[in-house]
Design a protein around this ligand. Structure first.
Ligand code: TRP
Length: 448
């Protein structure tokens, strides 16, 4: 089966696919939601620091593991191991990541389903189907199951056909459009009353808050979630990159794209909340904190679009369609994790594996939908705030402590001959070995 492995056809193809995985609901739904629930600008600041100082080095570790191993996460990690206990440890880390990816997809599909339903709403309105337009945006079990099933169906259809035709093709079209729409919307929002207050809340940090344990753990989880780390996904994507590519700069570019889009999304949504407030919508809870929670984005943005009159229908439609596609380029990467594992390790046909795993994950989504209030938050917290950072930390430990330095250098040199003399090579290996694991562990200890 290994002979049938795919690969990215070009450098740009990889950047787009990896950025496609990274950019998704995490940027446009997760980041603003977390920013609002963690007191605004202080969270933004901590997030930016953690994304560049911890998530980027961990991202590089995962890409290197994958490109070296040329296989799914478990096989790749085992290739680096020499002793029996290391191989067992490799299995635990790799497989743990795969389970984590599946868990994330099970709740991600539900939120992505909301994005699709909010795209259907303006469309239904335009063609005069008033009742449908109301039903699709009203919380309900039937609606949630229907739309998460639809989303999972799309994800499975793309992954069935493999990496080149699937992942790359979809990622290529979306990113420029999404950025353009975000920028236009930001410009529009800035002209409205209340925006400057929102800008202040977003950009002017209260420094006394930056060491709050909750804020730190949330920012760390958000940074790892946004770069799709700790779930085997970037190991797989690394395994599809050619040996002639310069991983150091590819990784940096993807990180930059991802962080910028999250920042733009916050720049749109936080000021939009204050614009809504100027129009009489309550945005503060009784204790004075900003309202947040998983549905915040879905009340703030439609309010903004409504204020645009008839134009708002088109803008809302375009926005939620783009978001659905962004979610899709992320969800396909999540499904690719478990699928490539099953295909390569158990010799099961790709199409069968994809359908089977997709169905199991959909069942999990249904269980969450049936207990939405409790389970959504529980699964999301478990997988993103604990699972991802811990597994990413273990990957750093693998690279720093188990992989031989000479092998690591040889791998990283491919596509980047001069790396040995670069600042990156002077800092990153020991940084990954000591600083990353210790810093991640410290955030957790601090939170207890
Ligand atoms: N990074 C994506 C986002 O921000 C989510 C995502 C895609 C992901 N693939 C992943 C998260 C794998 C964790 C693991 O929306």
């Amino acid at each position: 089966m290994a002979a049938a492995r795919g690969g990215f056809s070009s450098r740009l193809g990889f950047i787009l696919a990896a950025a496609g995985s990274a950019v998704g609901l995490g940027n446009i739904w997760g980041f603003p939601t977390q920013t609002a629930s963690n007191g605004g600008a202080a969270f933004v600041l901590v997030y930016l620091v953690l994304a560049f100082c911890l998530a980027y080095p961990a991202f590089m570790a995962e890409l290197l593991i994958g490109r070296y191993g040329q296989a799914n996460a478990v096989t790749s990690l085992q290739k680096m191991s020499r002793q029996a206990w290391q191989k067992r440890f490799a299995f635990m880390v790799g497989f743990g990541g795969i389970i984590c990816a599946a868990l994330i997809l099970s709740f991600y599909g539900i939120i992505a389903g909301w994005m699709m339903s909010y795209a259907v709403e303006p469309f239904a309105k335009m063609i005069g189907m008033q009742q449908v337009s109301e039903w699709v945006i009203t919380q309900g079990i039937a609606r949630n199951v229907l739309f998460s099933a639809l989303f999972m169906f799309l994800t499975v259809s793309i992954i069935r056909s493999g990496v080149e035709d699937g992942i790359e093709k979809w990622s290529k079209r979306l990113m420029p459009m999404l950025i353009a729409l975000l920028v236009l919307l930001i410009i529009y929002v800035m002209t409205l009353e209340g925006a400057s207050e929102g800008l202040d809340a977003y950009l002017n940090p209260d420094l006394s808050k930056i060491f709050e344990p909750d804020l730190l753990v949330s920012a760390l989880g958000q940074a790892f979630f946004s770069l799709s780390l700790g779930t085997s996904v970037m190991i797989i994507y690394g395994s599809y990159i050619g040996k002639r590519e310069n991983l150091v700069s590819l990784g940096a570019q993807v990180t930059l794209i991802d962080v910028s889009i999250a920042f733009l999304a916050g720049l749109l949504i936080i000021p939009s909340m204050y614009v809504a407030q100027a129009q009489g919508v309550a945005i503060f809870a009784a204790d004075g904190s900003l309202i947040s929670g998983p549905s915040m984005v879905f009340s703030v943005l439609p309010t903004l679009f409504e204020g645009m009159g008839a134009m708002g229908l088109f803008v809302g439609f375009a926005f939620f369609i783009l978001m659905s596609i962004a979610a899709l380029t992320s969800s396909i990467s999540m499904l690719e994790g478990p699928v490539s594992y099953v295909v390569e390790r158990h010799d099961i046909e790709r199409t069968k594996a994809t359908t089977g795993i997709g169905f199991l994950i959909f069942l999990m989504s249904t269980i969450i939908v049936l207990n939405l209030d409790f389970m959504l938050d529980f699964v999301a917290t478990l997988a993103t705030e604990y699972g991802q950072p811990i597994i990413a930390m273990l990957c750093c430990i693998f690279v720093g402590w188990i992989w031989q330095r000479s092998e690591l250098l040889e791998e990283i040199k491919q596509g980047n001959e001069q790396v040995e003399n670069s600042l990156f090579w002077k800092i990153w290996p020991w940084y990954t070995k000591f600083v990353c694991p210790v810093a991640i562990a410290m955030v957790f200890i601090h939170s207890l």
